[in-house]
Design a protein around this ligand. Structure first.
Ligand SMILES: N[C@@H](CCC(=O)N[C@@H](CS)C(=O)NCC(=O)O)C(=O)O
Length: 209
């Protein structure tokens, strides 16, 4: 049994989606970000960064979206959402997971939380975040055009689900990810999956269905 601390539509979406994809028994605990519940001392004991997601696995609390996704894929190989170690697709899988975690997701953090850097002009920071995000869409779209339709070609993997969560976050940006046709096509495939639909029901999401 897993326990996921989540907030609707937040970075916790990926772990939630994976729990549904792999059909793993789990409990959800909603963290109210608007009221600052993520900074409650009890929650900070589980997640010292004061963010969602946190996943309880066998009684221990773990965090970091990408790490939780790698962990869930590894613990549930039967779901076939990650190439096994040694597989020829493994290097590309690791590359795209780390690219999303290291390059794209942090740019979204700047876009949504310019107050993380109060000493820097917020407009400049957001402009820089937007440039980084659009450059990442460009790179991903070029890769999909050459080797798609998914990040590993024919095989769907966790990185496709991760990319789709991040694409969703761009829906209200001046240039949403879906303006790149290859990205829109990838998102369409992920959004057609029963687990994505279930995620929407459970988290009460409506936008970008
Ligand atoms: N590096 C963390 C970042 C998580 C993150 O920024 N979560 C946001 C929601 S998308 C959050 O909890 N924000 C609340 C806050 O910063 O106060 C991860 O990947 O898990």
């Amino acid at each position: 049994m897993y326990t996921l601390y989540y907030a609707p539509g937040a970075a916790s979406m990926l772990a939630h989606l994976l729990l549904l994809e792999i059909n793993a028994p789990h409990e959800l605990r909603r963290v109210d970000l608007a009221s600052g519940e993520q900074r409650d001392p009890a929650y900070l004991k589980l997640n010292p960064g004061g963010v969602v997601p946190t996943l309880i696995v066998d009684g221990a609390a773990w965090s970091e979206t990408a790490a939780l996704a790698l962990l869930l894929a590894e613990r549930h190989p039967e779901a076939q959402l990650a190439p096994a170690p040694g597989s020829p697709l493994r290097p590309a899988y690791l590359q795209w997971m780390i690219y999303l975690a290291n390059t794209l997701q942090p740019a979204f953090r700047l876009w949504f939380y310019p107050a993380d850097a109060p000493e820097v002009n917020a407009d400049g920071l957001k402009a820089s975040a937007r440039r980084r995000i659009e450059a990442a869409w460009e790179r991903l779209a070029e890769h999909l055009a050459a080797s798609g339709p998914q990040l590993l070609g024919e095989q769907l993997c966790v990185a496709d689900l991760y990319a789709t969560m991040l694409m969703r976050w761009s829906r209200n940006m001046p240039r949403p990810a879906t303006q790149w046709p290859q990205l829109a096509a990838l998102a369409g495939r992920v959004k057609a999956r029963p687990a994505w639909k279930r995620l929407y029901e459970v988290e009460g999401l409506t936008e970008w269905a």
